[in-house]
Design a protein around this ligand. Structure first.
Ligand SMILES: *Cc1c(COP(=O)(O)O)cnc(C)c1O
Length: 389
C-alpha cells in the first residue's frame, strides 16, 4: 500500500456543499421518512419533449458520434448568438465571442486557470455559488470576499473594495439573478461593475445562469447591455435552469474575444467538448425559447407565491423574490443556519440549504429551492407550522 496523500489545494477545499446535504437526505430516506426536498437547485420539471426528440434524432447520426472538440458545432454557437440578440438586443460574432461549455459550472470553475497565477487575487461574493471559490483555489489564487448584505440589496459594495495591492486583483465574479440570495440587479449596477473593471484592469465574470427565471414581468439584463462591457467581461449562460436540462451539461460563455480565447485554450487541454447530439438539442431548445419559457415561469411563480405567502401566514417575514427558483430568508434568531437546517430535517423531514454553507455572510439565513410541486410546498409550510413554531 502506498500512502495516499491529497494535494494541498484539495486539502484546502471544504467538501462540496450539496454532496454533504445529499448524504443526510439519503440517510433520512433510507429510514423510510417522507422527505420534502427543497435543498439543491435542480428542477423537478422534465426536459421538454421537443428537446429530448432533437437529441434522439441527432444521436442516431454517426456524424455526431465523434469528438466535438473545442468550438464544437457552429450551428449551436449561431443559435446562441441569435438568442442573445433577440433576448438582450446585443450582437455577437459566433466564431470569436461565443464558446460552448459542458454546463456553465465547468466554465466558471476553469476560467481562473486562464488568468490567475499564485498570489493573484479574485473578488468573490459572499455568500456565493461554491465554484467561484474552488476554481480560484485550484488556480492557486487568493480570494477577497465581497460581502452581499441585505442592507445593500445583496449587491457587493465595489467602492469598498480596497487592497494594499490593487494590481494583484485580476478577476471579479458577480451573479445576477443571484444564487443563493435570489437578488436581482439593474443595469446601473452592471455599469458600475464594468467601470470598476476598466479602472482597475479586472476581468468581470458574470454568471447569468438564472437570467431567464424571473417573475412579475421582470427581465434580468445581460452585462453586455452596458457600454464598455465587451472590453472587460465574459458572461456565463446555462441551458440547465431555463430548459430543465441540468443533467445534460450544456451552457456557453460569451464576451470579450481575448477572454473567451483564453478560456478556450484551457478547455481544449482538459476536455474534448460537449456531445454533438446534445449541442443539436441545445439548438432546438434555444429556437423554441419563447414558446417554452412562459409555462415554466408560471409554475415557479405559483410555487414562490405558495411558499412565501405560506411562511408569512405563520408569522415569518419573507419578501417575494423577483427571480431564481429560490427563497432566501432569515431564520428565527434562536438558531444558527446549520442548527435550523438540522431541525428542519429532523423534525419536519424537510431538506433546505443552510445559508452559511455559501459563505459566512449567509449565516442567519436558509435557502429553500422551489423544486417540488405546490402541494408539497404547502405541506412543508404546514409541517413547519406544526413542528417548529
Ligand atoms: C446552477 C448554477 C450554475 C451552473 O449550472 P450548469 O448546470 O453547470 O450550467 C451556475 N451558476 C449558478 C449560480 C447556479 O446556480
Amino acid at each position: 500500500m502506498i500512502k495516499i496523500e491529497r494535494s494541498e489545494r484539495l486539502k484546502k477545499l471544504p467538501p462540496y456543499l450539496f454532496v454533504e446535504i445529499d448524504k443526510a437526505k439519503k440517510a433520512a430516506r433510507e429510514e423510510g421518512r417522507d422527505i420534502i426536498d427543497l435543498g439543491i437547485g435542480d428542477p423537478d420539471l422534465p426536459t421538454p419533449k421537443f428537446i429530448v426528440d432533437a437529441l434522439r434524432k441527432a444521436a442516431r447520426d454517426p456524424k455526431n458520434h465523434r469528438y466535438p472538440l473545442d468550438q464544437g458545432l457552429p450551428e449551436f454557437r449561431q443559435e446562441c448568438a441569435k438568442w442573445l440578440n433577440k433576448r438582450f438586443g446585443v450582437a455577437f460574432d459566433f466564431e470569436n465571442e461565443i464558446y460552448p461549455l459542458i454546463g456553465s459550472k465547468e466554465g466558471i470553475a476553469h476560467i481562473p486557470l486562464a488568468f490567475i497565477d499564485p498570489g493573484d487575487i479574485v473578488l468573490v461574493p459572499d455568500p456565493c455559488y461554491p465554484p467561484y471559490r474552488s476554481g480560484t483555489l485550484f488556480a492557486g489564487g487568493e480570494m477577497l470576499k465581497m460581502p452581499l448584505l441585505e442592507k445593500n440589496h445583496f449587491l457587493p459594495d465595489l467602492k469598498a473594495v480596497n487592497h494594499a495591492q490593487m494590481h494583484k486583483i485580476k478577476m471579479l465574479f458577480i451573479n445576477y439573478p443571484n444564487n443563493p440570495t435570489a437578488a436581482v440587479c439593474d443595469k446601473k449596477f452592471l455599469k458600475e461593475a464594468v467601470d470598476f473593471g476598466v479602472k482597475h484592469n479586472i476581468i468581470i465574470c458574470h454568471d447569468a445562469s438564472y437570467s431567464e427565471i424571473a417573475f412579475d414581468g421582470f427581465k434580468p439584463p445581460s452585462i453586455f447591455e452596458v457600454d464598455g462591457a465587451r472590453d472587460v467581461a465574459i458572461e456565463f449562460h446555462s441551458l440547465s435552469k431555463t430548459f430543465s436540462m441540468t443533467g445534460w451539461r450544456l451552457g456557453f460563455a460569451v464576451g470579450n474575444k481575448e477572454i473567451v480565447a483564453a478560456l478556450a485554450k484551457v478547455k481544449s487541454n482538459i476536455d474534448s467538448g460537449c456531445f454533438f447530439a446534445i449541442q443539436w438539442a441545445g439548438v432546438a431548445a434555444l429556437k423554441n425559447y419563447d414558446k417554452h419559457i412562459r409555462s415554466v415561469l408560471k409554475i415557479y411563480e405559483e410555487r414562490r407565491n405558495v411558499l412565501v405567502d405560506g411562511l408569512n401566514s405563520i408569522g415569518w417575514h419573507v419578501e417575494k423574490p423577483k427571480a431564481t427558483f429560490y427563497v432566501w430568508t432569515h431564520i428565527p434568531p434562536r438558531y444558527t443556519s446549520a442548527a435550523f437546517a438540522k431541525e428542519l430535517l429532523e423534525k419536519c423531514d424537510i431538506v433546505a440549504t443552510p445559508g452559511n454553507g455559501f459563505g459566512e455572510n449567509g449565516e442567519g439565513y436558509i435557502r429553500f429551492a422551489l423544486t417540488v410541486d405546490k402541494k408539497r410546498i404547502r405541506e412543508a409550510v404546514e409541517r413547519i407550522k406544526r413542528k417548529l413554531q
